[in-house]
Unconditional design. Sequence first.
Length: 568
Amino acid sequence: MARPEKIRLGDLLVQQDVITDEQLKLALTAQKETGRKLGRVLVESGYCTEEGISKALARQLGAEFIDLKVFQPKPEFVKLLPEAQARRFRALVLDEKGGLLRVGMSDPTDLGAFDEIARIVRRDIDLAVVTEGQLLPLLDRVYRRTEEISNLAKDLTQEMGDIPVEFGNVLGIAPGAEDAPVVRLLQTVFEEAQKTRASDIHIEPQEKSLVIRFRIDGVLHVQTEADSKVSTALVLRLKLMSGLDISEKRLPQDGRFNIKLRGSAVDVRISTMPTQHGESVVMRLLAQNTGLLELEKIHMPPRVMERFRHAISRPSGIVLVTGPTGSGKTTTLYAALNELNNPEVKIITVEDPVEYRLPGLNQVQVHEKIDLTFSRVLRTALRQDPDIVLIGEMRDQETAEIGMRAAMTGHLVLSTLHTNDALSTPIRLLDMGVPRYMVALSIQMVLAQRLVRVICQNCIEPHTPEPHELEWLRYELGDRTGNFKYSKGAGCAHCANTGYTGRQAVYEFLEMTNALVEAANHGDPNEFMRIGREQMGGHTLRRDAVRLVVNGRTTIEEAMRIATQLDE
């Protein structure tokens, strides 16, 4: 299409009956007071939607409106416009159509941007209209910085040459020396991890290379490979940032530091471990401004929600949430605390580390190096007259016994334990050496959970099960296997071609009934397991994963992956 003409947005929206004259006058007054763009004022005032404005502009210009929720831009065309210009002009090269480059712009009235984009891509362009709300998150996903990270790693390799890294050289890098290659590389890695929703960064030295991987939705993805020579410089810099001993390479070390990424504070937990080819580093990223979930928003099945709420509403007893590392246990417990938190109750948490900040709570960070252990803090916490105590993890017999004793003396105790399922949790506590009567009398409920990846709704498509998938489904669903439609994600820019976006928990729970208490007291694990299975009635983690499959939330492959973990 031809170069667009200048448009008066307010008059256009009134002309197309998107807003009224009165709403325009009010918005123009607000615009003068705040200095914000008219379109933003109209949307925030509730007079119209962003999509309504974009469609009106598209009609006026004779351009196409493109819904970026379902559209998949082609990577080879996206690269024609550098990221800096794409963000500056709020534009994205989508694809090629009729010999023209189709470019989506959130502000098609910006004639200067239109001309500059045409100059940069050196092609005739066909204007399409998109909403800014859909465009900005998509820019984060399509402009992956893998190539930039690789180039920065090469720069660092060239600067180092063949000379081994000396402590003094790294120490000489001042904290504010943003132009130092090692600092630029780390900054870019952290920013890319945040953009891709990575929960962990793995820096792994190999014999001839350094591999950097991100854990996204529970699965590791290779981000880049660099020369193995840069490994030492990266590790030393990270040790400096986290206050670790840079002269110690033979022993594992743990630390933490805070960084600011794109305006948000991120708490980084770091763990180093000596390996054959150097020190391996794993960093867990915890966004400090992450909003706490409410129980209604963590997608618990109604049956599980009802019993969990009943358990946490009791004045005493212990509620355990179990599962492997990274299964969302802390999120579930803090959703519960968020609901229980009110001025009438005193809540103390003992954690390592404190992952969420919640006003009104008394949160204590465990510090083993100064002997501020779980057991020591717990003893003190119970003298502080709490109503509810959260223990980050029951790591040993002493901590478990103190927590259970507190549960038996009028406190509600919430905690986590690393067990495979709900049924094995009481048995695990007995194996730790906790007295039988404590296990039998203090536990109110055990909630076990896992996280499964959710199918990307932008590229979801029907899926015909493979023979081995059908066989697995028949074991779970029997004759009903053919009654359902199954789905998968094809892979798109919104999900980095994985077919998944985000995760959702699956659950099972066990409540300590009189029969289970008696079985626990008699010390017969087989009888305990039999009664427990009868009580659960087939409502297992595996069955809950199948529920998400038949509801189109996850894939058969993902449910089978969870089932395999449970069978190990």
